[in-house]
Design a protein around this ligand. Structure first.
Ligand SMILES: [Zn+2]
Length: 298
């Protein structure tokens, strides 16, 4: 676990997602009350709790656990966190709240999306009592001391994807809406997973994000980035390259996910970061292949 200072009122806890630093964070946002944004997985929760302890934050002092969307690395740890932080409400898009109350269906779909190699790194999901859930799509949360968080719909990566604007800094907790930007591992790519990836929605979301002229984005994978225009253009160019690759693959009748992923996003590291790169790029190839195949079928 590492603590990364972000802004005067924001700290990121690097919670060792997938067993490595530099992959995933939980953001701690402090006004008079305290909100966590993103939960990591069940396996990262002990690191997040250690981070809170190191920040001198008592479990009872956390009021809100906020997720950008229901994927495991963003909401998978919500149940264990909610159990450890007894006063916190859990905010997520209302279309996804039922999956955190009763996670059985979610687990089947996650396993299919992340693949067998990366599946054991994702942990399990603890059900959350329904009365602790809050719909986040209209969220405007006043934490006190001028710290206000506002939800913005950013669908595409997933249909339930929300981002949260911090009105104090002007920055945006952007989840996966602009892809990965993991500087430590020199890995950046848009993530376009099965089963619900939507390219048209993703493109509109990126265009909308550009129009906001954001000073800063708080990326879940990984950390704050001030070069927002660059991040958004890169994500958009990489999406175009992915669509081209998939178009050609469909035309040539090619469907081997691993070899397409290696061509789209060659990543040299055979170590653990290589596994992460492989898993994420294969997930994107599979999702885009499904999206483009379905689109052709009308
Ligand atoms: Zn995701």
């Amino acid at each position: 676990m590492e603590l990364l200072p972000v802004d005067a009122h924001i700290t990121a806890i690097d919670h060792n997602l997938l067993g490595l630093p530099g992959i995933g964070v939980t953001y701690v946002v402090r006004g008079e009350s305290i909100a966590l944004i993103e939960t990591g997985t069940a396996l990262t929760v002990p690191h997040t709790l250690a981070g809170l302890e190191k920040l001198g934050i008592q479990p009872e002092a956390v009021d809100h656990i906020i997720c950008t969307h229901v994927h495991m690395d963003h909401a998978g740890g919500a149940g264990y966190l909610a159990a450890a932080l007894p006063r916190a409400s859990v905010h997520i898009h209302s279309m996804s709240a039922p999956h955190l109350v009763d996670p059985a269906k979610l687990m089947v779909s996650v396993r299919r999306a992340v693949g067998e190699e990366a599946w054991p790194l994702h942990g399990d999901v603890k059900p959350i009592p329904e009365e602790r859930m809050r719909p986040a799509e209209e969220m405007r949360l006043d934490l006190g001391r001028d710290v206000i968080l506002e939800a913005i719909a950013t669908p595409g990566h997933s249909p339930d994807h929300l981002s949260y604007r911090d009105l104090k800094s002007g920055g945006l907790f952007i989840g996966d809406a602009a892809g990965l930007a993991m500087d430590r591992w020199e890995l950046a790519l848009p993530v376009t997973p099965v089963p619900a990836y939507d390219l048209a929605a993703h493109r509109s979301t990126i265009a909308m994000l550009r129009s906001l002229n954001l000073p800063r984005i708080y990326v879940t994978h990984h950390g704050p980035h001030d070069d927002v225009a660059f991040q958004l253009s890169r994500a958009s160019e990489q999406l175009d390259a992915l669509v081209d690759l998939i178009d050609r693959a469909i035309a040539d009748g090619e469907s081997d996910i691993a070899s397409l992923a290696a061509r789209w996003m060659p990543y040299p590291d055979d170590g653990p970061a290589g596994l992460v790169a492989r898993s994420w790029s294969q997930m994107s190839i599979a999702g885009m292949l499904r999206y483009e195949t379905k689109r052709r079928q009308g």
